[in-house]
Design a protein around this ligand. Structure first.
Ligand SMILES: [Zn+2]
Length: 307
């Protein structure tokens, strides 16, 4: 009995030890499991947060869907040789200093955002073209991929040279800048030398945006003609380069304005009509989209907002 009780006591102690050991191992394994699962979930949550785009990347937006771009005339509402090339319309590329300047704010893309857009286009193998390339693309005389994009910058603001041009050089991408001829060298606008540097880089096409940012629609034909032809001639003389494309100030024109632009020997003109389909039919009022496509207001026509 004594022996038995001793044994019992011993086995009770052993049992207790095993139970404690078992409990510790269990607790240890349980905390390991928790640590692993919690950190895994935290990581995947972080990944979700980090990867979740606050804005739709360019290439995922419908404007940039890589769809077949040659459509039949009936599919495209009777357009000849329609192709899908988004032409993006930038104005300011800067950090706007005056928060009260709402027009500037609305027309602005920050340099950081602009760089993000260039990286996004680059990563997704987009090629940048000039507006002057579009007639040749439509006619099939130059190569064209379904991932083509045209970057345009209206008004010739000085911040283009300071902020956008260095980024175009960095990523070796091209852009078309529409110059208001009489504003060259004025405060806030590009200087003669800056424009010359950009032409020499071959990354920038210079186009005309009239002499004085004229409201062509309501002008007399002769006054409109002067704005359209003289701006071209003066820019050509000043920079010894051919000025091939035109941008309507404020996006306004009438049928007569279009005729005058054709008569002045421009090969194409850009409008502020929202869209990405270009063709022989709209060569003199090519559609553009705002960079605000990233925030969903790309299709907002800005007539009346443009400076
Ligand atoms: Zn303008």
């Amino acid at each position: 009995m004594i022996k038995k009780s001793k044994l019992n006591k011993q086995s009770q102690r052993e049992l207790l030890m095993y139970a404690l050991l078992g409990f510790s191992v269990g607790a240890f394994l349980f905390s390991c499991y928790h640590f692993v699962t919690i950190s895994f979930f935290q990581r995947s949550n972080n990944a979700k947060i980090n990867n979740k785009p606050s804005i739709t990347p360019y290439y995922e937006s419908s404007a940039f869907e890589n769809k077949p771009t040659i459509m039949s005339a009936t599919q495209s509402g009777g357009m000849d040789n329609p192709i899908k090339i988004p032409i993006i319309m930038y104005h300011y590329v800067e950090y706007v200093k005056d928060p009260g300047d709402t027009i500037r704010q609305k027309l602005n893309t920050t340099p950081l955002q602009f760089e993000k857009e260039l990286i996004s286009l680059k990563k997704n193998n987009y090629d940048t073209y000039f507006v002057k390339d579009i007639p040749d693309i439509i006619n099939g005389t130059i190569d064209y991929s379904t991932r083509s994009v045209v970057l345009t910058f209206d008004d010739g603001y000085r911040d283009f040279y300071d902020n956008a041009f260095p980024l175009l050089q960095k990523y070796h991408m091209r852009g078309t800048v529409y110059i208001i001829q009489s504003n060259i060298g004025k405060p806030d606008f590009l200087s003669h030398q800056q424009i010359q540097d950009m032409i020499d880089s071959q990354l920038v096409e210079i186009g005309s945006h009239t002499l004085t940012h004229a409201y062509l629609k309501t002008m007399s034909d002769s006054a409109a003609w002067k704005q359209i032809i003289e701006s071209k001639q003066k820019l050509e003389e000043e920079f010894n380069t051919k000025i091939e494309t035109f941008a309507y100030p404020n996006g306004v024109y009438n049928p007569k304005t279009i005729d005058l632009v054709k008569e002045a020997s421009y090969s194409a003109a850009v409008s502020v009509i929202s869209g990405t389909i270009q063709s022989q039919n709209n060569l003199f009022y090519l559609s553009r989209i705002r960079p605000g496509i990233l925030t969903g207001d790309a299709v907002r026509v800005i007539e009346g907002l443009n400076k």
